[in-house]
Design a protein. Structure first.
Length: 263
């Protein structure tokens, strides 16, 4: 079975292959990060738990044939807010999988403005748990921190993709920066690692070209509070990166899309 596609890249940190053709809109200064309107909150609850979750579960199982391993990790963070760090290899899977990890607690995802730039879908995206991030705006950075802190106090989970950009079906782990670990260090909360891997189908489904997906959980990892902020972020960054690399390399993966670096 040959690779269906080849992608050439130059920069592992900044190249983005999402190819969503979205014209990015700026997040307005008056954006309401936490909407306390009772009708909005009811609509968000109904949409997330009664509509989105059943549909998401079905798509994960039927379309992607996903499997989750080492679920016992979730027991160690039960009853407290925590962060989920994952590799960024699919727009659909990365939006869906974190929301299926816990049945009765909501997951939020830190997302770039692209997710809020689709006409008519901004409210729905927000109701489903997306939190917009704007790196250049100090006031909005403060708003994001306040929002993250509020959700963590509600014992929710916050998902962060430290690789930042989507590389579809990529089977390795790209480097990421320690700045991505600001929130768990600032709030002194545990981190769970979610690693997505891709494999050939077996048995009756071996004729399928699209790979089957196995997700692995690892952790929890805790910020080292005996260190300064910069050192603690770097240490946590290295621990998470090593956990992802270990999972991505322990079983042979199927390169449905092959990535080749250009000089």
């Amino acid at each position: 079975m040959s690779n269906s596609k080849i992608i050439y890249y130059k920069d592992e940190l900044n190249d983005d292959f999402a190819r969503n053709n979205i014209k990015t809109q700026q997040i307005p200064n008056n954006y309401r990060y936490i909407n306390k309107n009772v009708f909005y909150r009811f609509g968000a609850f109904f949409l997330y738990y009664l509509i989105a979750k059943p549909i998401i579960w079905t798509i994960m199982k039927v379309q992607f044939c996903t499997k989750l391993k080492n679920r016992k990790v979730l027991k160690s963070v039960r009853g407290q807010g925590h962060f989920i760090y994952a590799n960024h290899t699919s727009d659909t899977l990365d939006a869906f999988r974190p929301n299926t990890l816990r049945l009765f607690r909501k997951n939020y995802i830190l997302a770039n403005p692209d997710a809020f730039s689709i006409r008519g879908l901004k409210t729905i995206v927000t109701m489903l748990g997306a939190i917009p991030t704007v790196e250049q705006d100090l006031r909005q950075q403060i708003n994001v921190l306040s929002t993250v802190e509020h959700r963590i106090k509600q014992k929710a989970s916050i998902t962060i993709y430290p690789e930042k950009h989507i590389w579809p079906y990529y089977t390795k782990i790209r480097p990421f920066q320690s700045a991505a670990f600001h929130y768990p260090v600032k709030l002194a909360k545990p981190v769970i690692v979610l690693t997505t891997t891709y494999h050939r189908h077996k048995g009756l489904l071996k004729w399928l070209k699209r790979p089957r997906v196995i997700h692995y959980l690892d952790g929890p990892f805790y910020p080292d509070q005996s260190l300064g902020s910069s050192e603690a972020k770097q240490k946590l960054c290295e621990e998470v990166y090593e956990a992802m690399v270990k999972r991505s390399s322990q079983n042979e993966q199927y390169e449905y899309v092959k990535y080749i670096k250009q000089d």
